[in-house]
Design a protein. Structure first.
Ligand SMILES: NC(=O)c1ccc[n+]([C@@H]2O[C@H](COP(=O)([O-])OP(=O)(O)OC[C@H]3O[C@@H](n4cnc5c(N)ncnc54)[C@H](OP(=O)(O)O)[C@@H]3O)[C@@H](O)[C@H]2O)c1
Length: 245
């Protein structure tokens, strides 16, 4: 079955990657990519083999005309996207990170009306590492120090990263007692994303390490999620539902 996809923030780092993957997908079609100002389309958009008629600055119209919206933007804009999807009964894939508690509540409440898949990291590798970290945590987490260490490019706004917070949540979900988990964050150079979870015991340490070489791992995951969410019931889903982990 085929479906139309809208990408707000299409000229962003992730917007461009997702568009490249989408243009090669036979089930999903880009119906509209939203740019901030249609009269100032960023030059980097020329790199894509894309019909310029598919670009728009009209977020509402673009969402109304799609079946699924893929959002990798910023929390404020993302809340606008959520509202329009909710009011027009559209499925939503959320990759944006850095939300407030109130934003998360709004997403949870909207998911009672529309299908939403939210994941702070859409890569297969990180989702596997989340499960490995939970396994390690249930085996040795009570007796070890737990640190989450991450490197990202200097333009990344949120800190700790959404992925680091997902690691913290997953590790804590299997611990029997409250425990402090320390975050160590670097924002340097052009690093796509490195995450290490380190369990330190008295005489040994164990590290679970993931390195992203290319943003296309997130874009592939986002498009896989968009295919998966077609015809799903309203609810809040994550990548482990898609990957059946
Ligand atoms: N879940 C995952 O797997 C994953 C992976 C990587 C990144 N992320 C997250 O995805 C988000 C985007 O990352 P990125 O590196 O692609 O950022 P980016 O390059 O800054 O792109 C953000 C895009 O959103 C647009 N945008 C933001 N606010 C807007 C507004 N108010 N009106 C119109 N357009 C607006 C930007 O337009 P302008 O360029 O005009 O500002 C830009 O096109 C971040 O939260 C990041 O942490 C998630």
């Amino acid at each position: 079955m085929s479906a139309n996809v809208c990408i707000p923030g299409i000229s962003g780092r992730m917007g461009l990657e997702i568009t490249k993957v989408l243009l090669e997908n036979s089930n999903l079609h880009l119906s509209s990519g939203v740019v901030r100002n249609i009269n100032q389309i960023p030059k980097k958009m020329d790199l894509l083999d894309l019909d310029k008629d598919k670009l728009s600055s009209d977020l509402s119209k673009s969402i109304v005309e799609c079946d699924i919206c893929i959002d990798f933007t910023r929390p404020n804009y993302s809340m606008e996207i959520l509202e329009i999807c909710k009011n027009n009964n559209k499925s939503l894939i959320i990759g944006t990170t850095g939300y407030s508690k109130q934003d998360i509540q709004m997403i949870e409440s909207a998911s009672k009306l529309i299908p939403i898949l939210k994941s702070s990291n859409m890569s297969v590798g990180i989702n596997l590492c989340l499960e490995l970290a939970a396994r390690a945590s249930s085996a040795i987490g009570e007796n070890s120090d737990i640190d989450i260490i991450e490197h990202h490019h200097k333009h990344k706004v949120d800190m700790p990263s959404g992925t680091s917070l997902s690691f913290e949540d997953r590790i804590k979900s299997v611990l029997k007692k409250e425990k402090e988990i320390n975050h160590h964050c670097l924002r340097v150079g052009n690093v796509v994303g490195d995450h290490t979870v380190k369990f330190t015991l008295q005489d040994e340490s164990i590290e679970i390490h993931h390195k992203s070489f290319d943003r296309k791992i997130f874009a592939n995951g986002a498009v896989l999620a968009a295919e998966w969410i077609l015809n799903k019931e309203p609810g809040l889903y994550n990548m482990s539902d898609v990957l059946a982990m």
